[in-house]
Design a protein around this ligand. Sequence first.
Ligand code: NDP
Length: 338
Amino acid sequence: NRRVILKRYVTGFPTEDDMEVVTGTVRLAVPPGSAAVLLKNLYVSCDPYMRGRMTKHDRPSYVPDFVLGEALLNFGVSKVIASEHQDLKVGDLVWGMTGWEEYTLISNPQSLFKISHTDVPLSYYTGVLGMPGLTAWAGFFDVGKPKKGEYVFVSAASGAVGQLVGQLAKLTGCYVVGSAGSDEKVNLLKTKFGFDDAFNYKKEQDLNAALKRYFPQGIDIYFENVGGPMLEAVLSNMRNHGRIPTCGMISQYNLEQPEGVHNLFEIVAKRLRVEGFMVFDYFSQYRKFEEEMVGYLNEGKISYIEDIADGLENAPGALIGLYSGRNVGKQLVAVARE
Ligand code: NDP
């Protein structure tokens, strides 16, 4: 059972060397009479929040720290190859929390979702039809509360979550601008995902001036993925009663000393609603979301780009790449294609 383990806890920017691909000889068997299942992992997802689990916390975090020497854990798409669970049989396809390894024994499979739509690529269940898709949908609609005609700004806009937020905003009748870290990504936003406009934030000397150029009338909804200097520039460009669904702050995840945001009084003066959310709180709405998103995909209303690394040996590099923007679209790893 080949697996990717964490070798040491990380401070600062993670490197591939913090992880190791090892081959174990442990025999995995489903105990008779248990509710366990044995999964063969097909795809595993690379997600920015995994960085938090690579740090040793001295206080409780919203997700547990990874255990040194054990396979990293994250969402993936898997096939059931042995089962003692009444609702899951051999051959079923599922998505949910699994290991960064070839085979994973899940003793309590309650949190796995059975995959019934096989008319879309299976890998989509790590992204547009999985955790990041639900994040985009819940964060934009439930937290952002968009109205037709509003002005929407999305950061990390070409990534797993951002590309979907922008397209959902267009379907709602909003004006949407995205920022991304390369000209290739900016081009995708405008040509593939239908954003009204987009810019390369790495080429802007003054983010505040850039936002004034793209939003002369101001921003109603800022879908926050990055934090730091971008958040500070956005606060100065929000309209009264604007909303900031606060999804993530990837620019801060590897900093030992988080950056300060110096204009928080804008929240008061402009009566802004800045609201953090966690996708876990929306898992009960997954089936509703899935039907809606499968419909959009089949009708060609949503486009989707993924970046697939081949094999567990390339998984550490794929994960690290998220923090420098090496991924173009949703980053995942193909462990076994069937
Ligand atoms: P992406 O697919 O967008 O990959 C991460 C991207 O972040 C990179 O490609 C890069 O794009 C950008 N990035 C990396 N470092 C920086 C930096 N220092 N400053 C600005 N941008 C940077 O990831 P996801 O779509 O999966 O995640 C997007 C955000 O959503 C993250 O903050 C994540 O933590 C959060 N999230 C939150 C969830 C929740 O429940 N609240 C659930 C899922 C995700 P570029 O080249 O454009 O810089």
